[in-house]
Ligand binder design. Structure first.
Ligand code: ADP
Length: 448
């Protein structure tokens, strides 16, 4: 570390002592201003001191040389003497400035910077003490100016000061000084009070923000935990339900075999119902199990969506031909995504578009993608039966269906899968009415 830094660190530590840094407290900044003033003033004053003292002695201004030396020594004490309170150091600094001001006024009169010192003495306390102290120093300045007016008027001292002024001109000059004092301190007061208000407000807002974000973090944690619990619950129940279901299916099969030898109409009908229900229950349980597993072993990879779409269309070829559907698409992007899940998402939307077709109108499905604010927004538009506005949110809830299974086969899990997949990618899915009839399912995935 360089000498300057060492000097600076040592002086700051010595002056500030036990005063802990607290940037939200204005007092801390006042201490900091004072410390820095001393840190910089000391070397600068030493540079000025040597020619100052020498020239003062040469000119016979012994009091000035004395004041210079005393002030320099006092500032050294303020900077380097340990175990002094900060308040004492500040008062000593101000007292030295007063000493200099009075001596300069007495011995250099209007040519000296005495008046300037008196002005500084009011501005400096406004920075390093509460502003009320600065107003007191204005009072002291008034007293000093009045005393000097008496000295001049009654010629109480034989100095350059009393020779240069008469009382009237002194009062004219010093009243200007007092006026300047008041203006400076009032402005500083405004500035400091304004700063204090801003600091307090910011501290309050920061505390609130911290509180809110802690609350939010806690809520997110709880939510994650609940979500995990729910997934576990869905997984365990759907997994464990498969076993009794298998038994029911076997027993129903055995009963059907048994009654096929001597058929009884009612029994066959009931067994038929039972068998259908068991098949449906299996479909539901399998769907639930898949839903809870979705994204468990997910793998983020570079995915060409055109390729995924072609694979989906190949898988659905028979279904597409059976419905005489026309499927068109624009060029789709390459993404960093979970390939398997994304394929399932396309597959669900396309097979729904085929399933919920209008009678006597062959399905027309169009798949497109556009880049919007760092998200790829995909659309799957159909000319099917459409979805009433009031159901457009609900259809994404698991097991939520709008039609009896006699009208359209299904379990009500497909769109819940789609939503989970979109959210796994940090995106979302929604549906809109197609202005040309039917629906447009849209989902967006971050472009990463
Ligand atoms: P499922 O297809 O097994 O019924 P989904 O979760 O895929 O379950 O869909 C939920 C419901 O949303 C469907 O039952 C249907 O009413 C409606 N739906 C889904 N896709 C479409 C579509 N393309 N056109 C009209 N309705 C649709």
């Amino acid at each position: 570390m360089g000498y300057w830094l060492q000097y600076r660190q040592f002086t700051e530590e010595n002056i500030l002592g036990q005063n802990k840094p607290d940037i939200e407290d204005l007092a801390y900044w006042r201490h900091k201003v004072f410390t820095n003033a001393i840190v910089f003033f000391l070397p600068v004053s030493l540079v000025a001191l040597i020619p100052g003292v020498w020239l003062s002695l040469k000119e016979g201004l012994f009091f000035l040389a004395f004041a210079d030396i005393v002030t320099a020594l006092s500032f050294m004490i303020i900077a380097f003497q340990p175990h002094l309170s900060l308040a004492f150091r500040k008062v000593l600094a101000i007292a030295m400035l007063y000493l200099l001001a009075v001596i300069l006024l007495l011995f250099l009169g209007s040519f000296g910077p005495g008046l300037l010192y008196l002005l500084t003495i009011t501005v400096f306390p406004a920075l390093i003490f509460p502003v009320s102290v600065a107003y007191k120093s204005i009072g002291l300045n008034i007293v000093i100016c009045v005393v000097f007016a008496f000295i001049v008027h009654f010629k109480l001292l034989n100095s350059s000061f009393t020779q240069l002024y008469n009382a009237e001109s002194w009062i004219a000059v010093s009243s200007n000084l007092i006026c300047l004092n008041v203006v400076c301190v009032a402005l500083l007061d405004m500035l400091v009070t304004g700063l204090q208000k801003t600091i307090t407000k910011e501290a309050y807002l920061q505390a609130q923000l911290k509180e809110e974000s802690t609350k939010l973090e806690r809520l997110v944690e709880t939510l994650k935990h609940k979500n995990h619990e729910l997934e576990q619950f869905a997984f365990i129940t759907s997994h464990d339900l498969q076993e009794p279901l298998r038994t029911i299916t076997t027993v129903v099969g055995n009963l059907e075999q048994h009654y096929s030898a001597n058929p009884d109409e009612m029994t066959s009908v009931y067994l038929g119902f039972l068998s259908q229900s068991a098949v449906r229950m299996r479909a539901l349980i399998t769907g639930l199990l898949e839903y809870s597993r979705l994204g468990k072993d997910k793998l983020l990879e570079k995915v060409d969506c055109n390729k995924i779409l072609q694979e989906c269309l190949a898988d659905l070829r028979a279904y597409i031909q059976e419905n005489q559907a026309t499927i068109t698409s624009s060029s789709l992007p390459e993404l960093h995504a979970y390939g398997l899940e994304l394929k399932l998402l396309f597959q669900n939307l396309i097979s729904n578009a085929l399933k919920f077709r209008q009678k006597n109108i062959s399905p027309q499905i169009r798949i497109t993608a556009v880049l919007d604010n760092n998200y790829w927004v995909f659309s799957v538009a159909d000319n099917g039966i459409g979805i009433e506005e009031r159901f457009r949110e609900k259809i994404f809830i698991i097991f939520h269906r709008l039609h009896p299974k006699a009208a359209y086969e299904g379990t009500g899990i497909g769109l819940a899968h789609c939503r989970k997949i979109a959210e796994l990618h940090g995106g979302k899915i929604w549906v809109e009415a197609n202005p040309e009839g039917g629906s447009i399912f849209r989902f967006k995935i971050p472009n990463i």
